[in-house]
Design a protein around this ligand. Structure first.
Ligand code: BES
Ligand code: ZN
Ligand code: ZN
Length: 476
């Protein structure tokens, strides 16, 4: 579907849609715009004068060309001066959906940013239709041509599709995706790839004393497990561990959540999906690195077998935890996975999780929170964020927060209900399980999903973190 070409002339060559990004409107039309204006009998200058066509970010105008023109539609999209790469992604997503609405089978983007445009298109055209009994829309593009090089377009396809893979995992409902089906899907999915998959089942987890992981899943008829994805393509380099929270459904357990909005909690494995997608991207791009993806999988259900508030657990690393609130389950499963990463000799650790509702209270819904014990890794994630447009914002990990999570009867407790700073105290809890390993924590609860479609954000689970983690690991 994606093609590249050096140049394209819409008045001499045929296409259904020709998409042009406008970064500024010149006082006097020159070059291509002048030529276009003449070919369109002065229509263009009139539309520009009346500001119907403008450089205003994401303003859009579709001009139907006269029948003599080999191009059917011109789609003008404003991107403002000095557009960022993320603006290009959003503008591409928006305009490719317009082209689809117009049933344009052949499309040309007159822009050289191959990777960003491709990412925007792949992300913006995503639809989650797996559970529709009737095929939604039979339309398909014949060609999307970008005036760029093949390598950047190919990279954009891999990254976009890896995000969509994560979105589809996260969108799958809890009755379909549970710890067991997630693990078997991983085995099948990566079977022919350079990612090797192994699963620590509940029996093995018990031997390893992963009591946090087991306690969270003990109320469910599907047992917890730890999914281990390994990708090795850099001999002798110590691996980085990527740990993703995989709660396939979070009812809250005995500390049950209110019913309103609970269905969203099928997406409580967004961190797991991000790690899954990042390993897919890194292995497809043949990145020169060694990565261990650790995905603790559990379903947090209330039942007669479920853990109770007040229970005390001895975690894999020996720390005792008083379970104040069974809805603070993410940190319990991550704790054992983080310690397991340490025992595997990870040189650095990143974890990503839909961990706290407090994250949205602190930051709104534009960025994830990032916290950690290592400035180099914090800088690296911020750089990766700037490149990918997946926003992160640092929150503090003050040593004083340790006092907040101290338990009167165990070492620490899993919830602090009387004080604010819920995202920070959750991260403080996780820090107890990484020893001195350089580590950062990404809380993506605030960007888990989108309520509507805008630019490359599509209604439903976001797939946040795939591009961020891939870039982070590649640049490290
Ligand atoms: N999965 C939730 C956090 C969440 C909330 C993610 C909203 C996405 C959207 C997590 O397991 C949870 O319930 N956390 C509690 C912790 C509290 C009990 C200390 C929360 O945030 O309320
Ligand atoms: Zn919870
Ligand atoms: Zn949760």
């Amino acid at each position: 579907m994606f093609k590249t070409q050096k140049s394209f002339h819409p008045f001499k060559q045929k296409t259904d849609a020709y998409i042009l990004f406008i970064s500024d409107i010149p006082k006097k039309l020159t070059g291509f715009l002048k030529e276009a204006d003449e070919a369109l009998s002065g229509q263009l200058s009139t539309l520009i004068k009346s500001q119907v066509i403008s450089s205003k970010k994401f303003s859009e105008f579709v001009l139907t060309a006269p029948p003599t023109c080999p191009t059917s539609y011109f789609i003008f999209v404003g991107i403002g001066a000095n557009a960022s790469s993320d603006t290009l992604r959003h503008a591409s997503a928006q305009s490719i959906r317009t082209a689809k609405r117009l049933r344009c089978e052949t499309v040309v983007f007159d822009h050289a940013s191959g990777q960003e445009i491709t990412e925007g298109c792949v992300l913006g055209l995503y639809e989650f239709a797996e559970y529709k009994s009737k095929k939604a829309d039979p339309f398909s593009f014949k060609s999307i041509t970008i005036l760029s090089d093949k390598a950047s377009v190919d990279k954009g396809i891999v990254l976009g599709e890896s995000v969509n893979l994560a979105r589809s995992l996260a969108n799958r409902p809890g009755n379909d995706l549970n710890p067991e089906t997630f693990a078997s899907y991983a085995k099948k999915y990566f079977a022919k790839s350079k990612v090797s998959v192994s699963v620590i089942d509940a029996k093995k987890a018990k031997q390893l004393k992963m009591n946090g992981l087991l306690a969270v899943g003990q109320g469910s008829s599907t047992e917890s497990r730890l999914l281990v994805l390994s990708y090795n393509n850099a001999p002798k380099k110590k691996p980085i561990a990527l740990v993703g929270k995989g709660v396939t459904f979070d009812t809250g357990g005995i500390s049950i959540k209110p019913g309103k909005g609970m269905s969203e909690m099928k997406g409580d494995m967004g961190g797991a999906a991000a790690v899954f997608g990042a390993l897919n991207a890194l292995s497809t791009l043949q990145a020169k690195t060694n990565v261990i993806g650790l995905i603790p999988l559990a379903e947090n259900m209330p039942s007669s077998k479920a853990q109770r508030p007040g229970d005390i657990l001895t975690m894999m690393n020996g720390t005792t935890v008083e379970v104040i609130n069974t809805d603070a389950e993410g940190r319990l499963i991550l704790a054992d996975a983080l310690h397991y990463a340490v025992t595997l000799g990870a040189k650095q650790i990143l974890d990503i999780a839909t961990l706290t509702g407090a994250c949205s209270v602190a930051l709104g819904n534009e960025s994830a929170a990032v916290l950690g014990n290592d400035d180099t890794l914090l800088d690296a994630i911020k750089t990766a964020s700037a490149t990918t447009g997946e926003k992160v914002w640092e929150l503090p990990l003050f040593e004083e927060f340790y006092d907040y999570i101290k338990s009167p009867i165990a070492d620490i407790m899993n919830a602090v209900e009387t004080k604010g700073g819920g995202t920070c105290t959750a991260a403080k809890f996780l820090e107890q399980f990484v020893d001195n390993t350089p580590w950062i924590h990404v809380d993506m609860a605030s960007v888990m999903s989108h309520g509507g479609t805008k630019g490359y954000h599509v209604k439903g689970m976001s797939g946040f973190g795939v591009r961020l983690l891939t870039e982070f690991v590649t640049q490290l």
